[in-house]
Write a protein that binds this ligand. Structure first.
Ligand code: COA
Ligand code: AMP
Length: 628
């Protein structure tokens, strides 16, 4: 283990978090600088910077303009789908954000109100998020690949007063019309937001007028810019829904102050990005990676962020990533391993790379799923630069384990996201909460309090926050991942210990897909498990038991179930596999043995649990799958 800057920072954050985080807070502009860092009066729920007051959009925009950097490029919006590229300076972005904040204010949106944002990867997504932050409203961005029912579930939970959307998104070979989806979601929701504002995209049919909604361009043209509303550091900035074990998504709450401090600290110390540098995160604003490192992180430090609408391959080719890096002088890029695997599949010898000058690139960061050694070796070989895995979750909002390139670069170990980031006291424990020896697998937990920027709770559900994360091991946060710490303190993340499936770096709940599959009239019961997929890491795979007397063919059933999941959850679920089985293995108390099934199907070693109701069911399933 290192004895340098990393160790010093880690130890200080662990032993004197007050001093460490108040010092980090100095990099943020406050209306009232916090007099203390941690409020532990409501433990195990902690709050950071309890008496601090600030505005996040001021930190992301106004202060850079006021410092004389208004002409610096804030956002480069590149669409491989429309073949267009547009830049916004900090002054231009501030003007648009202040005016759109004025539009929201004119609609009666005030501090604390929720606003749902359902937008594709266009600059208006950032403008809408920052405009909410400006007036203290709480945004909740919903990924465009979710269907109306999932959007409705989030509307019902967040109870927004307004929805910001667009006529649609562009996927290779097809146009996704958002307006019928939004209309259907509102129809299905119990909560009826009063205002819907629509960005009209010329490539996509449908406009605000068709639904009696407001048109973005018209509203913003006549808007009065809104001044920033100063909020408490502990006030919510956003809610972001993520999949849990059950079908009901969890609304992760992010605060304003801890978020600004943590992301600002991470930009320098993890990503080594500062004012004027170009960072490109090839994700989507609908995911946490997009919130933190397309929108807030780069803008908080006065860097330039690239907003990319397109895919790593096919838009138009496997050189898309290298084109963007060279065209905009990207210094740090962040993507998901699945995107690298997609490029390697099409262009294993990286012939497209030789067409571009990527000399600006210093580091490639990966997260969302484990950076598997084969992909790591390939990417490092073709790029000849550090390729850095780092591990985090929607809940934490920033990296738990990383190789801190700006603080103290460390040797890379293939397959490991390196070491715990200062502020995260990571442990690997057995079922009793006792640390396992180095090299042994266990549950990954983090001692409380978590550092600033991590979840402040679950929206409207304090009990679920405590029961899901804080109860299994009192005094610690349960990550839901299993892993191994080695003798140098490097972590390896093995995978989820719960029923969350990770498809192309997106988190899906097996329970949510099972609820849809189980609602088919021919299905008696079902299990949906995430099995290995060479491109996407995992894919959801359904195993169904038919009701007695049902005569539907397996092929027809598959077609119907695939359509149902697509219509009710969304294309992002990528649900395509259905297998009819005689029975499903369960424990004596009726719990599905999903993990055992997954290990068996993936060809891993598995132990037959002592709690199994009928071992013959598992044997029959294995024989059937071996035969097929
Ligand atoms: N709106 C509507 N539909 C969307 C969508 C969006 N924003 N994003 C994806 N979809 C659809 C796709 O069109 C596709 O539909 P199809 O089944 O009709 O083809 C389906 O959802 C699955 O999409 P995707 O996961 O993107 O798969 P793909 O096969 O089109 O592309 C990859 C594969 C690897 C290129 C792609 O998954 C990728 O780039 N992944 C990066 C993941 C990422 O950024 N993760 C964020 C965490 S860091
Ligand atoms: P999400 O909340 O969608 O970001 O998903 C978080 C989950 O993705 C984690 O709990 C892990 O299971 C997985 N994950 C994310 N990044 C990594 C990584 N670098 N290595 C291994 N697993 C990861």
């Amino acid at each position: 283990m290192t004895t340098g800057a990393y160790r010093t920072a880690f130890d200080q954050a662990a032993t004197d978090p007050e001093a460490f985080w108040l010092s980090a807070a100095e990099a943020v502009t406050w209306e009232h600088f916090p007099t203390r860092a941690l409020d532990d009066s409501d433990a195990p729920v902690y709050r950071w910077f309890p008496d601090g007051r600030l505005n996040t959009s001021v930190n992301a925009l106004d202060r850079h303009v006021e410092a004389g950097n208004g002409d610096r490029v804030a956002v480069i919006a590149d669409s491989a789908m429309t073949g267009t590229s547009k830049t916004f300076t900090y002054s231009e972005l501030l003007d648009l954000v202040a005016r759109f904040a004025g539009v929201l204010a004119a609609q009666g949106v005030t501090a604390g109100d929720r606003v749902v944002i359902y937008l594709p990867m266009i600059p208006e997504a950032l403008i809408a998020m920052l405009a909410c932050a400006r007036i203290g409203a709480v945004h909740s961005v919903v990924f465009g690949g979710f269907a109306a029912k999932e959007l409705a579930a989030r509307i019902d939970d967040a109870a927004p007063v307004a929805i910001i959307t667009a006529s649609g998104g562009l996927e290779p070979g097809r146009v996704i019309e958002y307006l019928p989806i939004v209309a259907s979601a509102i129809e299905q929701s119990e909560v009826r937001p009063e205002t819907v504002i629509v960005v009209d995209r010329e490539q996509i049919p449908g406009s605000a007028a068709d639904f009696g909604w407001l048109d973005w361009a018209t509203e913003i043209a006549g808007a009065q810019p809104a001044d920033p509303v100063i909020v408490a550091a502990t006030d919510p900035l956003y809610i972001l829904y993520t999949s849990g074990t059950t079908g009901k998504p969890k609304g992760v709450i992010r605060d304003n102050g801890g978020h600004a401090v943590a992301l600002t600290w991470s930009m320098k110390n993890i990503y080594d990005i500062g004012p004027g540098d170009v960072m490109w995160t090839a994700s989507d604003v609908g995911w946490v990676v997009g919130h933190s490192y397309i929108v807030y992180g780069p803008l908080l430090v006065g860097a330039t962020t690239v907003v990319y609408e397109g895919k790593p391959v096919g838009t138009p080719d496997a050189g898309a990533f290298w084109r963007v890096i060279s065209q905009y002088g990207v210094k740090a890029m962040f993507t998901a391993p699945t995107a690298l695997r997609a490029i390697r599949k099409v262009d294993p010898d990286a012939e497209f790379l030789s067409k571009y000058d990527i000399s600006s690139l210093t580091t490639l960061f990966a997260a969302g799923e484990r950076l598997d050694p084969a992909t790591y070796e390939w990417a490092s070989e073709i790029l000849q630069r550090p390729v850095i895995d780092h591990w985090w979750q929607t809940e934490t909002g920033w990296a738990i384990c990383a190789n801190l390139r700006g603080l103290e670069p460390m040797p890379i170990k293939s397959g490991s996201p390196t070491v715990p980031v200062p502020g995260y006291r990571v442990r690997v424990v057995d079922g009793m909460g006792v640390d396992v020896p180095a090299g042994q697998e266990g549950s990954i937990i983090i001692d409380l309090p978590l550092p600033p920027g991590t979840l402040a709770g679950l929206w409207g559900d304090r009990d679920r926050y405590i029961s899901s994360y804080l109860s299994a091991f009192p005094g610690a946060y349960l990550t839901g991942d299993a892993g191994i710490l080695d003798e140098d303190g490097y972590l390896t993340v093995i995978g989820r210990t719960d029923d969350v499936i990770n498809v192309a770096g997106h988190r899906l709940s097996s329970g949510a897909i099972e609820a849809v599959v189980g609602s088919h009239p021919a299905v008696a019961e079902c299990a949906v498990i995430g099995i290995h997929d060479a491109l996407k890491g995992q894919k959801p795979s359904g195993y169904v038991v038919l009701k007695a007397g049902t005569d539907i063919t397996e092929d027809q059933l598959r077609k119907e179930l695939v359509t149902m999941v697509r219509d009710q959850i969304g294309a992002v679920a990528t649900f395509k596999d259905v297998t009819v089985v005689q029975a499903l293995p369960k424990t004596r108390s009726g719990k599905l043995l999903r993990k055992t099934m997954r290990q068996m199907i993936d060809g891993e070693q598995y132990a037959v649990p002592s709690t199994i109701e009928d071992p013959a069911v598992l044997d029959a399933l294995r024989d059937q799958l071996l035969d097929s």
